[in-house]
Design a protein around this ligand. Sequence first.
Ligand code: SF4
Length: 456
Amino acid sequence: MAKSLYEKIWDAHEVAPGLIYVDLHMVHEVTSPQAFDGLRLNGRRVRRPDRTLATADHNVPTDGSKIAAQIADHLSRVQVEALERNCEEFGIPVYSIGSDRQGIVHVIGPELGVTQPGMTVVCGDSHTATHGAFGALAVGIGTSEVEHVLATQTLIQPKPRSMRVHYRSELGYGVTPKDLILATIGQMGVSGGVGHVIEYAGDPIERLSMEGRMTICNMTIEGGGRAGMVAPDDVTFEWLEGRPAAPDPLPVDEWRSLRTDDGVEFDREIEVDASTISPQVTWGTTPGMVAPVTGEVPEPRTEGEERALRYMDLAPGTPIREIPLDRVFIGSCTNSRIGDLRAAAEVVKGRQVSSSIDAMVVPGSQQVKAQAEAEGLDEVFRSAGFDWRSAGCSMCLGMNPDILSPGERCASTSNRNFEGRQGRGGRTHLVSPEMAAAAAVEGHFVDIRDWERAIA
Ligand code: SF4
């Protein structure tokens, strides 16, 4: 029987109806303390510590602190210290603050090669879908589910429906995977993928790097999807070759079978013409409230949009390019990999951050940071006036010292622009790394396509 990529992985892991075996469980400091407490209370051990990997990312400061005791915020320090103690007690490998492997959970998994095609992957973070870029079935889970997976290595999961987003044509000059996924969410709405595992397919996806595919899958949850996936191919195998945790040799023949068979019918299917997409900027408080940089802030059509415009302090009809900014954040598990930093550095090289802007770059992992420094990217950013930081989730969410002040407006390469996401009262516009970098130089959004040509 013809099967989709998702069905092949589901069928290989469903050990009882609605119960799937978990190949890889990624853990971080914020959603795990109660789960470990639960294990202790019930006298349980971790079922597969060898299939579990932990890092500290959400609330670590990005100031280069080397040990948890240096974290000033009490709750953050307690959580990071608890993670270290719990991992020691239960025999789980952990890359905590100070480790040269520490970083954002969805950056270090692929970086180490622990994320592999055909796997089921879970983590107590909504953006676990990132790992689906490798042809894995990767879902975000809550704290009680973290405890269940730690204890049993299985997850209770009603079977989601299937959906395919089929891209055709080609991405234009200056248009990035971030623009592709923002435009897709704009087209299908933030509920468009609810209850579905989404497979991204078509030539534009096949032409993307693994980093681009991760950016796309990462934002699946923002369109309501349970998981996002891309079929593994040579691009995937090249990424994995030689990674510390990747099999040697890679089981490439087996992995090549992880494709959707001809004739499979999805529960939902949409088509997106990649050639019509421009660089995107969100204007509201969901990733679906998005417009081309050439457009304007729209007239609100719903009460939600009215509220969003009030929160964002934007008037309908304002050209997106005239929105003035206070902050620029390049980072998060959506766009903090080496390719993202190279692209942003290319834009700012030899230029200066506008005097009205406070700009920062936060590498997704200590390995990305070291690679960027070996290439001199840190110097490019520093000379342009960016703050060059250490790895962590940073200003993706307001859980560490990197936050917006009330009323501040930020161009951000992260994935969520909800009210208060980057700090109470802060206003977030989601964009690509290239668009964020150019906005840092100009102090407002620019169409990267004209801007790069004009100043070349
Ligand atoms: S960068 Fe943001 S979305 Fe990604 S793991 Fe951290 S908090 Fe979650």
